[in-house]
Design a protein around this ligand. Structure first.
Ligand code: WT7
Length: 649
């Protein structure tokens, strides 16, 4: 922790949407009278039928139900496109920067966006997609990804984006999980100079498909691809058959807008459901206020649309605000470690939003990659996905922001739809590593982990929960409302439990300390240890596996696997490689184990429960403080594990 604070410049404060006094006033109003507050701010989006009911929320376990603006109707695509046409039809909506910097960038105006989205929506309709149907989007970072999202929204179909880095198995599970009728993909996807065979992955994912899932293919590279025998379509051919007239469907505020699969502490990923009205209000309001976005600014969020950050801050938030949003197909280190800054200079980016893992990776490459470029248009910098260490924060602040750009460290989750805690650029003096203050309507509480009692003192530490609801909150787990209630509302009754720990300092500012459950955060990507374990035990040579996180310089956390082999199997480095490749194939490259330790035995209680606390300590190379091991069935396995530990940093 550092006690130094970084106040915003007086120039920034003078022009900010929200300054310190306004924050206090608005925050107090949002907590004292949520109905009144959201009655006013709910009107920031255009309603077809205005809502008369603001909020209807029940957090009682067994009966959890969350509704916002429930009698209103609207269309998200009309809010993100049509309502801007009269005033900014010729303004750029999306700047697309391709993987290869020598290829030409695209500037797509709101008029063009309208035409492209309407046409794609008509293609979807021709393929039999209607209100409530699920469409899986498995695309690279190309404009068609945004068109597909908005085309779904326009006709009331529910999209579920699967990150293009996920394997065929992971894709197949998500297609089945939400019973999709259509998958939209591309032939191949260039990224960092390499190509991912997306259409091939879809073919594999649908190999045993008996539901006749259709597949629509964007021609991105022209690479050779294999066609399934039927139900495959080229997008460009289908587009020739449609016109650009597609009226937006009238959707109820609580109709699902999208499903996004995310990892939990147990079981397979769950489909987080966000709905239409509350989500859009939340995404657009947080985008405008957190980044202090003003008309004419160029906003760049470097996330992939496969994650919630891309949903809320590449597409829905910015476009609902009539912003110019930048979409980048590539990676931070291609062709070299200066790419982010080259793109900032080229497109005169004003707000830049990225993840700590990217900052740490670039920091290691030296300052010359940043200093080569003119970054004088930058006004606000943002970070998201994991706690940011003060060293990375300082580098971001000094080298990238030249000490002139407030850093908004935004804490939120797939489940929350948008920012929950963050400093506001014109309102708060930031502290390196602190998510600082709750956004309007968010009422964080710190609970004592075992008793669940609220702790009111400062400073303090405990588990982070939310009192009450906010418009962007997830509504359910797709097809499993029970799991929704159990995951978020059962451990601490009457609260939303985020799964994170946090500290509140003497000024009342919040510091996220990381997950308190069996979820790890690898390069800002959330990973359930249970998922990696189940991939490992699916290998014929593996008898048992336990997976934990450990501190990793670049990734934040690395994946540490304890593996017990089937009897008769010999441990070897080749087998380590084989298991790494196996997990990559089962889930995707982001899940590839960093360290694999052969474990003849795992520390278990007499009832057979693996004591993960001990495994975490050994993986952290902190084996001196294992605590009580007397309840173990066989305490000697611990000595063996310590002796052969893989992380000795
Ligand atoms: C988890 C949510 C929200 C979009 C990206 C990840 C961690 C997120 C921060 C931050 C510390 C953070 C939390 C959270 N996290 N932002 N600013 N400081 N931790 O979304 O995959 O749903 O993961 O990411 O642990 O629970 P996600």
């Amino acid at each position: 922790m550092s006690d130094k604070t970084y106040p915003p410049s007086s120039e920034l404060v003078a022009n900010a949407h929200v300054d310190a006094a306004k924050y206090e006033e608005m925050y107090a109003a949002s907590i004292k009278d949520p109905e009144g507050f959201w009655n006013e701010h709910g009107k920031r989006v255009d309603w077809i039928k205005p809502f008369t009911k603001v909020k209807n929320v029940n957090y009682d376990f067994g009966n959890v139900s969350i509704k916002w603006f429930e009698d209103g109707s609207l269309n998200v695509a009309a809010n993100c496109i049509d309502r801007h046409l009269a005033t900014r039809g010729d303004q750029t909506a999306i700047i697309w920067e391709p993987d290869d910097p020598t290829d030409e960038a695209q500037h797509i105006t709101y008029n063009e966006l309208h035409e492209n989205v309407c046409k794609m929506a008509n293609v979807f309709k021709n393929l039999g997609i209607g209100k409530g149907d699920r469409v899986v989007i498995y695309l690279p970072m190309i404009p068609e990804a945004a068109y597909a999202m908005l085309a779904c929204a326009r006709i009331g179909a529910i999209h579920s984006i699967v990150f293009a880095g996920f394997s065929p198995d992971a894709l197949g599970a998500r297609i089945n999980g939400c019973d999709a009728k259509l998958v939209i993909t591309a032939d191949t996807a260039p990224r960092g100079g390499r190509r991912t065979k997306l259409k091939d992955n879809v073919n594999q994912a649908l190999l045993h498909d008996t539901d006749d899932v259709k597949c629509l293919v964007v021609k991105r590279t022209g690479d050779q691809i294999a066609w399934r025998s039927n139900d495959d379509y080229w997008l460009h051919e289908e587009l020739e058959k449609v016109d650009a007239d597609c009226p937006p469907a009238e959707m109820n505020a609580e109709d699902p807008l999208f499903i996004l699969y995310t990892s939990g502490s147990t079981g397979q990923p769950k489909g987080v459901v966000h709905t239409t009205g509350g989500y859009l209000v939340w995404a657009s309001m947080t985008h405008e206020i957190t980044f202090d976005y003003h008309d004419g600014d160029i906003f760049w969020c470097t996330a992939d649309v496969g994650w919630v950050t891309g949903h809320s801050y590449i597409v829905y938030g910015p476009l609902a605000n009539g912003a110019t949003t930048l979409m980048f197909e590539g990676v931070p280190t291609y062709p070299d470690a200066g790419r982010f800054w080259a793109v900032c200079e080229k497109h005169k980016v004003n707000q830049f939003y990225t993840a700590p893992t990217a900052i740490r990776a670039l920091m290691g490459q030296g300052t010359e990659f940043v200093e080569k470029y003119d970054l004088s248009d930058l006004k606000v910098l943002g970070t998201v996905g994991e706690p940011i260490n003060p060293e990375a924060w300082n580098w971001y602040n000094e080298v990238v922001g030249k000490g002139n750009c407030p850093i908004v460290d935004t804490w939120w989750q797939t489940e929350t739809g948008g920012h929950m805690m963050t400093p506001l650029p014109g309102a708060h003096a930031t502290k390196p590593g602190s998510a600082m203050k709750p956004f309007f309507g968010v009422e964080p509480v710190v609970l004592e982990p075992t008793s669940g009692e609220e702790i009111h003192e400062y400073p303090t530490e405990g588990v982070l929960c939310m009192k009450d609801s906010w418009p962007g909150q997830m509504r359910t787990v797709w097809g499993d409302h029970e799991r929704f209630q159990k995951t978020y509302f059962s451990d601490y009754k009457g609260y939303y439990f985020a799964g994170d720990g946090c500290r509140r300092d003497e000024d009342g500012d919040y510091w996220i300390t990381g997950r308190v459950d069996d979820v790890i955060n690898v390069s800002g990507h959330r990973m359930g240890t249970a998922e990696v374990e189940s991939a490992l035990v699916a290998h014929s040579k593996v008898a048992e596996a336990a997976v934990v996180g450990y501190p990793h310089d670049i990734k934040g956390q690395g994946i540490y696997c304890y593996v017990t082999l089937m009897s008769g199997e010999e441990p070897s480095d080749d087998l380590r490689k084989e298991l790494r490749t196996w997990v990559r194939q089962e889930i995707g490259p982001i899940a590839a184990p960093d360290l694999i330790q052969w474990a003849p035995g795992l520390p278990k209680t007499r009832s057979g429960k693996i004591m993960r606390r001990i495994l975490r300590k050994i993986a952290e190379n902190d084996y001196g403080s294992l605590g009580d091991t007397s309840t173990l069935a066989d305490p000697s396995v611990v000595d063996e594990l310590i002796e052969n530990r893989m992380n000795r940093d």
